[in-house]
Design a binder for this molecule. Sequence first.
Ligand SMILES: Cc1cc2nc3c(=O)[nH]c(=O)nc-3n(C[C@H](O)[C@H](O)[C@H](O)COP(=O)(O)OP(=O)(O)OC[C@H]3O[C@@H](n4cnc5c(N)ncnc54)[C@H](O)[C@@H]3O)c2cc1C
Length: 387
Amino acid sequence: MPDADTSLETLRSEIRGFFAKEYPQDILARLRAGETLHREDHLRSQAALAARGWGAPHWPAAHGGPGWSLAERRLFEDEYVRAGAPTVVPMGLIYVAPIIIAFGTPEQQRRWLPDILAGRSFWAQGYSEPHAGSDLAALTTRARREGDEYVVTGRKTWTSLGFWADWIFCLVRTGEAARGGAGISFLCIDLATPGITVRPIIAIDGRPHLAEVTFDAVRVPAANLIGEEGQGWTYSKQLLSNERIWYAHVEEKRQALRQVRELAAAMPDANTPDFRRRLAETEIAVSCLDGFVERALQDDGGDVASLIKILATETAQAITELSLDLAGGLAPPLLPERGAGWHDAMPDLPGFIVPAVEDYLMTRAQTIYGGTNEIQKTIIARATMAL
Ligand SMILES: Cc1cc2nc3c(=O)[nH]c(=O)nc-3n(C[C@H](O)[C@H](O)[C@H](O)COP(=O)(O)OP(=O)(O)OC[C@H]3O[C@@H](n4cnc5c(N)ncnc54)[C@H](O)[C@@H]3O)c2cc1C
């Protein structure tokens, strides 16, 4: 029987072989060239991973996960980043699927999980509303029960990739209470249902990443309710805990820091003692993050999720600030849509800089979404002081 190290090395070479041959090479090439990916690219990426049995490393084997140990999952993550594959879009695979697995009925699991796994459906997260962000329990989108249906009326906002999505999971108010966690339910809604309008919102980098989704007396089958009516707040907290741990992206950060280090070595003007100190501090912060993630993966992660969220997002911002420092006074343009050959029009600009500007701008949002970092500090303070 092979020892653990040998089987890890066997898995490593299988994964490398997969990314070198079976995985769509055009997606890797376009990402390397700094081109913009679209909905179909993400779905195709997921379909290729699922076809190999690696579409959902963190799902239980009974629902299509590969049944990997923690070490195997981490190895896969390392190799995924090393291959230069796109960051997984998390709303279906990482956010809602574990909730469907934990609280959904067998019928709901059969209905939604295979499509998420195989890259046949795209999901969005409908939590925030115009007057319910940090104070999420103030949400007012209402779902009134009428026979076998809910009639949903209200407005969700800042919905990431809402215009790409087929489905949205929403927190809706089903109880009589006007505010607070009681009476909130977790409902999955087909975005093709009459009465739904999705309007794009242009983000800071010039792309329509976000959407406003309005529901005007939308009739949703009651069979789309996850778990019990009125228990949505409990499920949503578990989802947010998973979401906050997901932000860690340790290996992506290490890869980005390696790139910054290599670029800086060739740019003596930018590679100052102060720059090297910040680079070293950020590398240390990523090692700390790695330790917290290890701990979170070994238990349910709830107690360190807020810490991970703060450290992951602040470190992500620090990395993009280092990248932009390397751009010096080059004043790169904002290019929201980069197709093939986008760089030919600006041969004097190093290729990394335009995507780096986009990353810099988008990481500003990381300390806001998923619960702002100020709110995470309150959660930590409450837990540590047992308030
Ligand atoms: C790029 C992006 C993508 C997003 N994607 C989604 C998505 O897919 N689905 C979704 O549902 N939502 C999404 N959001 C929304 C996000 O979750 C909210 O923006 C966030 O929860 C903050 O809410 P708010 O914008 O209403 O700000 P507010 O809650 O109004 O906060 C404004 C400021 O006040 C501070 N503040 C508020 N209350 C307190 C307090 N009690 N103590 C200390 N400070 C406080 C906040 O930290 C913040 O700095 C996204 C947001 C962004 C920017």
